[in-house]
Design a protein around this ligand. Structure first.
Ligand code: GLC
Length: 460
């Protein structure tokens, strides 16, 4: 397998001094080059060549948010190509597979065709990812004339409504107002501590424990694509990878039908980050409906309001954070991550609660690391500078915080995070993630959303 470009041993020197303005133009140009390099025939952008050869749902949303700053048409194409994968029940899958001969194994792993709802023309996964599409549609619309925007919103409206309806119909079976997830990949933060801890409690089947006992990790790793590109210590361990595979395999066996999936399973989580993003997506769907003079279907509006209220059940007054909880037992999973702060992005929580979250964001022992906000706070037992989604800084989650902080009126804090993200990329390049302690690059190089959101942060 051809290797993608490795990370530079010596990260590039910061560009010219911050006050001469040239560095910004240079950084913008470099980011554009990366997006161009990862572009698939002008239709969509892969996250990174080699390691991520397909179209991913929230990646494409972030990419479109960056593209809109210099090529609105191309940004529109990025979103339009996501709807190729929409299932007839409304689901948007987290992956639409590249259909070339090289990637048959990935398509066969998921076999989307086992579900009667899967599209015929493309193969996809059978799970979703954070619902950022409405946000991307609105952000692209902001760069258009009123007439263009109306046409653009009209074009996406019914598909978006269908997606949000599916989230309630399939993923909120008891009408609680919070949607549940069935695979850690749906969070977009694959290896995040609350999910890995639940995975260890509910998914280490006898055969996974046997593999562990027999020390089969090298054999398992032989079949993994990610560690052919990135050092194993920056990715999840072999046993966790096997557990994720076993969850995925079970979903496929159940043909991705939610009733069958939920039967006899405790691995169903009302994820705090996903629900926060969903709240914002609902608000943006309402923005779209209003602008084009359309009504949201009966019922959907009421469910949306219910979600904002139900989200407050995730608040922990002792820790002053929001936590995910297990859907079946309703037990909170008290492991703080950056998802615990995404209520700031949701925008629905009270100014008092937002203030408490901002306090956590800046506390040096918690999320106030020398480099932008880490995926896990420093005082957590799970914190590991390079652990995949267990410590490193990601530009996308920081972008969400910047966007939310601005709406809550925390302009200085938002500007500080945005500047710190840009300094980080200037210092270490457009990699997938970074050490929050030293800023050192990690993961794969030339990562699309790092490039796209750099552009957006430069321009916003
Ligand atoms: C990893 C990330 C996920 C992302 C995907 C493609 O799985 O955890 O958020 O969408 O890679 O970049």
């Amino acid at each position: 397998m051809a290797k993608a470009e490795a990370l530079p041993a010596n990260p590039p020197e910061p560009l010219a001094s911050a006050d001469d303005g040239k560095w910004a133009a240079e950084l913008f140009g470099q980011a554009q080059d990366i997006l161009r390099g990862n572009d698939k025939n002008g239709h969509y952008t892969v996250p990174a060549a080699g390691m991520y050869p397909h179209q991913w749902l929230w990646d494409s949303c972030f990419v479109a948010i960056g593209l809109r700053q210099y090529d609105v048409k191309r940004a529109q194409a990025e979103i339009t190509s996501l709807f190729r994968g929409q299932w007839s029940n409304g689901m948007l899958p987290n992956m639409i597979f590249n259909d070339d001969g090289k990637h048959r194994r990935d398509r066969n792993l998921w076999r989307s065709w086992v579900s009667p709802f899967a599209p015929n023309k493309v193969s996809t996964s059978g799970i979703t990812q954070p619902p950022l599409v409405a946000e991307a549609v609105v952000k692209i619309g902001q760069k258009m004339t009123k007439a263009e925007r109306r046409t653009w919103y009209q074009k996406n409206f019914s598909q978006l409504v269908k997606y949000h309806q599916w989230l309630y119909a399939d993923r909120d079976p008891h009408g609680e107002g919070l949607v549940l997830l069935i695979h850690p990949w749906e969070t977009g933060q694959d290896n995040t501590p609350p999910w890995i801890s639940e995975l260890h409690s509910h998914q280490l089947t006898w055969w996974i424990r046997a593999a562990q006992k027999l020390r089969l990790e090298p054999l398992i790793n032989f079949f993994r694509r990610d560690i052919q590109y990135v050092p194993p210590e920056q990715r999840l361990g072999a046993i966790d990878a096997l557990a994720l595979y076993s969850v995925q395999h079970r979903l496929r066996r159940k043909a991705y039908a939610i009733d069958a999936v939920l039967e006899h399973s405790l691995l169903a989580i009302e994820d705090v980050g996903f629900n926060a993003i969903f709240i914002r997506a609902n608000q943006q769907l309402q923005t779209i409906a209003k602008e084009i003079g359309r009504q949201l279907p009966d019922g959907l509006k009421a469910r949306m309001a219910q979600t904002e209220a139900a989200f407050e059940q995730l608040w922990d007054d002792h820790d002053k954070l929001y936590y995910s909880r297990n859907f079946v037992t309703h037990t909170p999973i008290k492991l703080p991550t950056i998802a615990s702060l995404l209520a700031l992005y949701a925008g629905s929580v009270s100014p008092e609660r937002a203030k408490l979250l901002v306090k956590q964001l800046t506390a040096a022992t918690k999320f106030g690391t020398p480099f932008p906000v880490p995926s896990v706070p420093m005082d957590s037992d799970w914190f590991h500078e390079f652990g995949y989604w267990q410590g490193p800084t990601w530009i996308n989650t920081n972008w969400l915080l910047v966007d939310g902080l601005r709406r809550y009126g925390y302009q200085d804090q938002a500007d500080a995070i945005a500047k710190s993200c840009l300094d980080l990329v200037r210092q270490s390049g457009f990699c997938e993630y970074f050490s929050p302690l030293s800023g050192a690059p990690a993961g794969i190089a030339n990562f699309s959303w790092t490039a796209a959101l750099t552009i957006d942060l430069l321009k916003s």
